[in-house]
Design a protein around this ligand. Structure first.
Ligand code: MF3
Ligand code: CO
Length: 236
């Protein structure tokens, strides 16, 4: 799983370096395709329940599952790039949110708090904790900064399938849920809104946007629980 997730991390690293004013989300899709060709991996999302792209590119008020298009990234936007791959029998899954040009202080803070909430979640992904200790860590951190946690989408177990049990919510009560054991691998993915937590799905059947139009950010890592602590498989 480390091999697959390293490919995911490398592709996201290249994509991040290519984000800029005037770039389209379809440009990012093409770059991901080119990068993938250099590897043994295939895209994980393309064909999944009919999803047509390698990437999910979700801009500003889009929460997740935004689709690459000729939409041009503008100064001040934030774009979440979610990418999964399959190789050697195993899946990898990771997402980042990247500022385009110079963003407002509020947008920058949303991105930072969302990334930090994932770090808090990872710190809770240790043997002996319970699943919702991870969830509660995200919720506590995010809400203490005045942002809200999306409820409709959750993280997931990952391995030989992209989505395995258990679901990993980003909200919940500490001390609940299954006990975490060495060898479990979770895709932890906080989706955080600047305004209220509610989302709606656009007519394309995929794009989730905030109900109130506020900005949303998303970070994801594939994390193995080991006796030596959390191993972030999707980190370079
Ligand atoms: N990171 C998301 C997930 O794990 C991406 C899924 S997009 C889909 O659920 F197209 F594959 F559904
Ligand atoms: Co995922």
């Amino acid at each position: 799983m480390r091999r697959t997730n390293l490919i995911v991390a490398e592709v996201l690293h290249v994509l991040k370096a290519n984000v800029g004013v005037g770039v389209t989300t379809l440009d990012l899709e093409r770059i991901a395709e080119e990068e993938l060709k250099k590897t043994s991996a295939r895209p994980a999302f393309k064909g999944y329940r009919g999803y047509p792209w390698c990437l999910c590119t979700s801009v500003n008020n889009e929460v997740v599952h935004g689709m690459p298009s000729k939409r041009v990234l503008n100064d001040g936007d934030i774009v979440s790039i979610d990418f999964g791959a399959f190789s050697d029998g195993f899946y990898g899954d990771s997402a980042i949110t990247v500022p385009v040009g110079s963003v407002s202080p509020d947008a920058a803070r949303l991105v930072k708090v969302t990334e930090e909430s994932l770090e808090k979640a990872i710190e809770a992904a240790v043997v002996g904790n319970r699943l919702l200790d991870i969830s509660a860590s995200v919720q506590r951190y995010v809400e203490s900064h005045g942002f809200s946690v999306v409820r409709e989408f959750v993280g997931h177990g990952i391995g030989r399938e992209l989505h395995e049990a258990p679901q990993v919510p980003n909200f919940g009560l500490p001390g609940r849920g299954i006990r975490l054991k060495a060898g479990m691998v979770l895709a932890i993915e906080p989706m955080i809104n600047m305004g209220g937590p509610d989302v709606k799905i656009l007519d394309d059947g995929w794009t989730a946007v905030t109900a109130d139009g506020s900005l949303s950010a998303h970070f994801e890592h594939t994390v193995a629980i080991t006796d030596d602590g959390p191993y972030v498989l999707s980190m370079l």
